[in-house]
Write a protein that binds this ligand. Structure first.
Ligand code: GTP
Ligand code: MG
Length: 552
């Protein structure tokens, strides 16, 4: 398993062949030895995110909410078991608490973008369980092919790392294996990239069998070209800080040993995972086909990570999906059934959030989960209205939607967290997306309007009816044929027996001839509507103050 806390891979790697073999075994036997995770500490972790610990919602939650407790307990190390093994584990966690320095490169004119991206990287690192000490941005037309930062700046970075006692450097874009090694040689601590951090979060959070398989597949395909060197550059630095810090974020992978053998085994493992995922996809397809037969339209909630997708699903359907002020709280699609204000049923799916520079390995691995989006009749695209760069988020999400060939699906932009923005921001956002709905999953504002808008966009489900039409009503038969909905037709003594799918508007004219059928809509208005939450006071929005050294 790649995030096994017991995988203190790098430093001791060269010491014993037996040990290195055991490590590869563990990497490849994911799930069999699933142990406590390495989410490390609680204090300070939420700095990069808005504080929501006092949040209260006016609806109940179900068992899924327990997952939140489970995650918290991992962070707080709740019960110190008397078992020696566990105590050692706690000590390990403290030793391995990662202190990271972030680095990014931005071209002239996109400083704001570079900063937003670095702040997001800070949030990602905190979500992965690290503590962010410094952020360092360098203005360059493009990253240095050798060391990412320019030579001189890399030297300054080495000083900062030494000063702050950081044990890991995280680069904001994907590093080539050679860049990573060269930079490690300069700064003398572990260097990882944004992709590794995202993969690490996914591996900590994956819950379903399919999710775990997808993440492992993504991790292996990320590791494959990087096998050479994971242990290598570390062992060249005996006595460096890495040695005592052990493996942590982004390095929960195999070290360099018997690389060819490993490579072959990894390929075999990946093939097996692909087969497994394909198998699970079949099961899901069957489920979806059943849903299609019942002609229940599907709505998918898509959007940037932390936009409030799960909160919105909870608000609308009381699904009790885990809501966390974390990036990638949701990795599995949750589907809930609900209905329009006039009683038409539809399903609503919560999906994994998107992020800028989403590792392509993940898009590939999560393709089957993302089909929940691809197969939807309507996309509810949730955007965090209070985010500094909503336009950038919308663009990122639309790019991924394009990658999974879903541009044609009607999209409803929903600005969530409307409770956090002022009038001017709202006007600006309306300018950006004139047809958008403004809602707050927290206060309930706009939810009724959202439900009405979804209802308008849903395809009208046709209804299957059985009719016996007397021979003097040829007009009815031709109307059914014109609409193209005739399934079966036979001429009997009492008239034409027809099974046909009709639009709800046609029901009136055919009603006298109905002899059965299914799927007639229930036109009762649901007696519970979604009331606004007048409860808890809203915490003031918090902005990340990331320590930053500007280097132009
Ligand atoms: N103030 C405010 N906060 C909100 C609102 N909706 C969600 N949040 C908060 O935003 C954070 C993220 O919410 P989630 O529902 O987990 O977001 P998500 O889009 O499902 O995130 P991922 O699953 O991580 O991609 C949580 O801290 C929520 O409490 C809102 O309308 N107003
Ligand atoms: Mg979510």
């Amino acid at each position: 398993m790649l995030n096994d806390p017991n995988d203190t891979l790098n430093p001791t790697f060269h010491e014993s062949d037996d040990r290195s073999e055991a490590i590869v075994d563990r990497v490849l036997s994911r799930g069999e030895s699933r142990r406590a995770k390495t989410t490390l500490f609680s204090e300070g972790r939420a700095e990069a995110l808005q504080d929501d610990r006092d949040t209260s919602y006016d609806f109940d939650v179900d068992g899924l909410q327990l997952e939140r407790e489970e995650r918290r307990s991992l962070q707080f190390v709740e019960s110190l078991s008397t078992e020696l093994e566990d105590v050692t584990e706690v000590e390990n966690r403290q030793i391995r608490l990662e202190n990271v320095v972030l680095i990014g490169v931005y071209p002239a004119g996109s400083q704001q973008d570079g900063e937003t991206s670095l702040q997001e990287l800070a949030a990602l690192c905190e979500t992965a369980g690290a503590r962010v000490l410094e952020g360092l941005l360098q203005r360059r037309p493009y990253p240095d092919p050798a060391t990412y930062l320019g030579r001189g700046k890399a030297g300054e970075l080495a000083e900062i790392v030494a000063e702050t006692g950081a044990d890991t450097v995280v680069a904001d874009t994907e590093l080539a294996p050679s860049q990573r090694r060269a930079l490690e040689d300069v700064v003398k601590v572990k260097v990882i990239d944004r992709t590794a951090v995202i993969l690490d979060i996914f591996s900590q959070h994956a819950k379903s069998r399919e999710g775990k398989a997808q993440v492992e597949l993504a991790q292996l395909s990320y590791l494959l070209p990087r096998l050479r060197g994971w242990g290598d550059s570390m062992s060249r630095q005996a006595g460096g800080q890495v040695g005592s810090a052990g493996a942590g974020m982004g390095s929960r992978g195999p070290g360099e040993t018997k690389i060819e053998l490993d490579r072959r085994r990894i390929h075999t493992r990946m093939a097996k995972l692909r087969r497994e995922i394909a198998g699970m996809k079949t099961a899901r397809d069957t489920k979806r086909a059943r849903r299609d037969r019942n002609a229940v339209p599907a709505v998918a909630i898509a959007g940037y990570t932390n936009a409030g997708k799960s909160s919105l699903l909870n608000r609308i359907t009381r699904a009790g999906v885990l809501v966390e002020n974390q990036l990638f709280a949701t990795l599995d699609a949750t589907v809930r059934r609900t209905e329009t204000p006039d009683g038409r049923p539809y399903t609503m799916a919560d999906t994994v959030g998107f992020v800028r520079n989403l590792p392509h390995q993940l898009v590939e691995a999560f393709r089957s989960t993302l089909e929940e989006v691809a197969d939807a009749d309507v996309l509810v695209h949730v955007v965090d209205a209070a985010h500094p760069d909503p336009a950038g988020q919308i663009q990122t999400v639309r790019e991924v939607i394009g990658e999974i060939d879903s541009r044609h699906i009607p999209e409803l932009i929903v600005f969530n967290k409307a409770d956090l923005i002022d009038r001017d921001t709202e006007i600006a956002l309306r300018g950006l997306e004139p047809d958008a709905v403004f809602v707050s999953a927290r206060t309930g504002r706009g939810i009724d309007e959202l439900l009405d808008r979804i209802a308008e966009l849903l395809p009208i489900a046709e209804i299957e009816v059985d009719l016996v039409v007397p021979y003097d009503r040829g007009d009815i038969i031709s109307m059914l044929h014109d609409a193209g909905g005739v399934v079966r037709e036979s001429h009997e003594a009492d008239g034409t027996h027809v099974r046909a799918r009709v639009h709800p508007d046609q029901l009136g004219s055919i009603e006298p001839f109905r002899v059965g059928g299914k799927g007639a809509p229930d036109r009762r208005r649901p007696d519970v509507r979604h009331k606004p939450n007048l409860g808890a006071p809203e915490p003031a929005p918090r902005k990340l103050e990331l320590p930053r050294r500007e280097q132009a």
